[in-house]
Design a protein around this ligand. Structure first.
Ligand SMILES: [Zn+2]
Length: 375
């Protein structure tokens, strides 16, 4: 099986565009990965997710290991077949979600033990077990098992945690072995401390990975602090490998991250917001539950090509949201994912044509106009 490779096609400032080639298909970068937590992008059929322009999905190791279990997914032919998604899948390592969701966590040099938030059963994830679970799932891009403290944390705590994550990165690399057609990404840690991020990057490069993630951001530090860190963190990672910013973010976070040299991102925000009536458009955020939409025959965004905007009025979307109809989650999620992929496509084209700064200025100016006036 061929190896996963990254071809850089163009740069404009720090922004890059390229393609990650995998046996399951190409991933155009910068790429946004919709999150398919429990082997589904909630409220979306896999074909619909692909129709929005997504090349790759993210699956969550923590959720899948608990239910239906990685062993069951493997017996049923792997995650791609199980969920009917033929494109590439990236899985996280389980580390972040154990720390944010599980009960009674115990962290040791060996790994993390915890109680399931679903049924209270006891589990352990070590770097070796995380690699095993991600292999059982059949993930195309596997993430190292790591640990990251919630911010704010003391510098000592951040340093200790980063050093543990680097030892776990080595163990992840050893346990992953040589699997042609599958990639292993390392994860840079170090909080908002530039020198710790540098040490982390050097430790990862010495081990050697197919791609590198900036971890430990979007954990409550705020956009300004995140951008300050992204002003240097991606530069500390190898230029010739994909750089992945984990768990980000809002549309303006994504644009700011790409401007700072990030190639891949994932976030539950567009799909989760679709279910709570929060809609992202070129003109900013629209709250569809607001009564101002009840008689409005206009689309959410007249320039959007998604089914929610092409075929339905704001009045209809408002009605089905208020009535808690299932189609509300379907249409709003579709729109949000479509809009996110439109942003990615816009940035890829702008970088390729050397007009990224102008594209970025237009993105911000359009948002600053705010939503269309009520009728
Ligand atoms: Zn739309």
């Amino acid at each position: 099986m061929t190896r996963i490779t990254f071809e850089r096609l163009a740069s404009d400032g720090k922004a890059r565009t390229g393609v990650i080639r995998t046996p399951r298909g190409d991933i155009r970068t910068p790429a946004f990965m919709p999150v398919g937590t429990a082997a589904t992008v909630k409220a979306m059929m896999p074909d619909s997710v692909a129709a929005t322009g997504a090349d790759i999905l993210l699956g969550n190791t923590y959720h899948l290991m608990l239910r239906p279990t990685a062993e069951r997914v493997a017996r049923l032919g792997g995650l791609h077949k199980f969920m009917n998604w033929s494109g590439p899948i990236l899985t996280d390592s389980g580390g972040f979600q154990v720390m944010s969701l599980a009960d009674l966590r115990k962290l040791t040099e060996r790994g993390v033990t915890f109680k399931s938030h679903i049924d209270g059963s006891r589990h352990e994830i070590t770097p070796e077990r995380s690699m095993e679970i991600q292999a059982l799932l059949g993930s195309d891009i596997v993430m190292c098992f790591d640990e990251c403290p919630a911010l704010p944390a003391s510098r000592d705590r951040i340093a200790e945690s980063m050093e543990l994550s680097m030892r776990w990165a080595r163990r992840s690399r050893d346990a992953f072995g040589d699997r042609p057609g599958h990639a292993l990404f390392g994860i840079q840690q170090g909080g908002l401390e530039r020198d710790l991020r540098q040490q982390s990057a050097e430790a990862l490069c010495e081990i050697g990975f197919d791609g590198y993630a900036v971890g430990g951001l979007a954990v409550g530090e705020g956009q300004e602090a995140m951008f300050d860190c992204l002003d240097y963190a991606p530069d500390q990672l190898p230029e010739d490998r994909p750089r992945y910013l984990m768990g980000v973010g809002k549309p303006d976070d994504i644009v700011g991250a790409v401007a700072r040299g990030i190639d891949m991102m994932d976030c539950v925000l567009p799909s989760r917001s679709g279910r709570t009536g929060q809609v992202f458009t070129r003109l900013g955020v629209v709250n569809i539950k607001n009564g101002r939409h009840a008689d409005d025959p206009r689309p959410l965004d007249e320039s959007c090509g998604c089914p929610a905007c092409r075929n339905y009025s704001r009045a209809y979307l408002h009605h089905v949201f208020r009535s808690q109809e299932i189609i509300s989650s379907m249409l709003l999620t579709w729109h949000n994912l479509h809009y996110y992929q439109d942003i990615m496509a816009g940035m890829r084209a702008a970088v390729a044509e050397g007009r990224f700064a102008a594209w970025q200025a237009d993105f911000h100016a359009t948002r600053a106009q705010g939503d269309i006036d009520p009728l």
